[in-house]
Ligand binder design. Structure first.
Ligand code: NDP
Length: 448
């Protein structure tokens, strides 16, 4: 879709000139700006105050060297990032990603998305993101620890419980958060809620591990119900087999669906009898093995090499939960042809713009990531609240709050879509609802 509004066209054009080498970031910005056309037309003060120009420029970007020593004594150097995008409504909040594909464009796209997502949660958190091109696969615990300690040695200068509170993302789970937290505490001599996703013995919140996957299903459930559909009896395909995917499987199954396919970056497994999330948890969280080994535990499953083919498995509901741009035009066409009626994004920006256009024109129900996967960061904010109060809530309390937040995100996104003339378009609705709160806070705080 071409941008029509002159103001937005101008902002995007100059961003393209400055950031032409950052395709993922431009893709994320473009999608949001397309949704904001009716908003800037209704509210001229946004242009007068340069809100969009300020919104697309991070408040601060930190890039740094991360030297570490492997088990054989060899020195390696990776690149570390923290992009503090927007603090209009609260301290920067967003995960750390450890994956060889990490670069500035990917961290900026994730940080930009995080601003709107965090706003949608209704909680007081700004947007940021960070990470490194370090590859945790195949590394020993000692190597992971030394990398995390080196990473935090620099990062600790830029974060704090009232400044910036990182969390996990791809490649960063409980083990890594533990090492990062230990090093922060040692360097700053301070025991505070500076990271979320912590272990339960040192300030973590119950239900944080499950939150993104559960929240995705709570959101999808609302969307399905509003259309007279449901998870009951639905066949579900989930890409990925990490944190988000595993708990999406558990919750979708609990809501009456059958998860028939899951993947990792090497390939995918199919089991028409339903994939057991507990076996997947053991393989991925405990043994840290490849998904192929699922066949050693469950004889009815089949394995197919190559992860992209997962979208050709016929299903009713697709939950992409691996990584950005994993679901392209070809995958989208296959899903539509095979009768899929709903797609809800667990990963960040997993569908390409071409794939989203196919879903929308075929009339599929489509839940965009920044609304559908906001349950993780929402529960991180609940962890921050518990840390400030020096209290721990029960699993049921946190899960009930998460459920309430996901329902209200769905309602707010639907309402905004309707108010701005795009009923049923949750992409536009989520972008607009997330934007309005941040823009109003920026207007109130002057030119900063
Ligand atoms: P994990 O590291 O736990 O799992 C990632 C999964 O995706 C793995 O199965 C991995 O396979 C697969 N994957 C990663 N990169 C690629 C790639 N380039 N191609 C194909 N598959 C890939 O990460 P999470 O589950 O935490 O995160 C998954 C997605 O959800 C990300 O987009 C993340 O930003 C998003 N997200 C996560 C939240 C959270 O709370 N964890 C919150 C909100 C969003 P392999 O092991 O082979 O690499």
């Amino acid at each position: 879709m071409a941008l029509k509004n002159e103001y937005l066209k101008g902002v995007y054009g100059s961003l393209e000139e400055k950031s032409g080498h950052e395709p993922e970031f431009l893709q994320a910005v473009r999608e949001v700006l397309e949704s904001l056309e009716p908003v800037v037309e209704r509210r001229p003060e946004l242009e007068k105050n340069g809100i969009i120009e300020r919104l697309v420029e991070p408040e601060r970007t930190v890039m740094f060297r991360v030297p570490w020593v492997d088990d054989s004594g060899k020195v390696w150097v990776n690149r570390g990032y923290r992009v503090q995008f927007n603090s209009a409504i609260g301290p920067y909040k967003g995960g750390l990603r450890l994956h060889p594909s990490v670069n500035l464009s990917i961290i900026k796209f994730l940080g930009f998305e995080q601003v709107f997502k965090n706003s949608l949660t209704t909680l007081p958190i700004g947007g940021g993101k960070g990470g490194s091109d370090f590859d945790p696969k195949g590394k020993s615990d000692g190597e992971i620890m030394r990398f995390c300690q080196s990473f935090m040695t620099e990062l600790c200068r830029h974060i704090g419980p009232a400044t910036d509170v990182p969390a996990g993302d791809i490649g960063v789970g409980g083990r890594e958060i533990g090492y990062l937290f230990g090093q922060y505490k040692r360097l700053r001599n301070e025991y505070s809620g500076v990271l979320t996703g912590k272990g339960l013995t040192y300030g973590g919140s119950l239900a944080r591990t499950e939150a993104t996957g559960y929240g995705l299903c709570y959101f999808a459930d609302e969307m399905l119900k509003a259309a007279g559909r449901s998870f009951v009896g639905a066949n579900v395909v989930i890409s990925g087999s990490g944190n988000v995917a595993i708990y999406a499987n558990q919750k979708a199954t609990a809501l009456g669906a059958k998860v028939i396919a899951m993947s990792d970056s090497n390939g995918y497994i199919v089991d028409e009898k339903g994939i057991d999330y507990k076996v997947m948890k053991e393989i991925k969280e405990v043994r840290r093995e490849r998904i192929k080994t699922y066949l050693n535990y469950v004889s009815t499953a089949k394995y197919v090499e190559g992860c992209k083919g997962i979208w050709t498995v016929p299903c009713d509901v697709a939950l992409p939960c691996a990584t950005q741009n994993e679901l392209d035009e070809e995958g989208a066409k296959a899903l539509v042809q095979n009768g899929c009626f709903a797609v809800a994004e667990g990963a960040n920006m997993p569908s390409t713009p071409e794939a989203v256009a196919i879903f929308q024109s075929a009339g599929l129900l489509f839940a965009p990531a920044k609304a559908a996967n906001a349950g993780g960061v929402a529960t991180s904010a609940l962890e921050m609240s518990q840390n400030s109060q020096r209290l721990s809530w029960t699993f049921e309390e946190v899960d009930a709050k998460l459920h309430g937040i996901m329902v209200s995100i769905y309602q707010n996104a639907s309402k905004a879509a309707e108010e701005y003339g795009k009923p049923g378009d949750l992409v536009a609705g989520a972008n607009i609802a997330g934007f309005l709160k941040v823009a109003d806070a920026m207007l109130a705080q002057g030119i900063v």
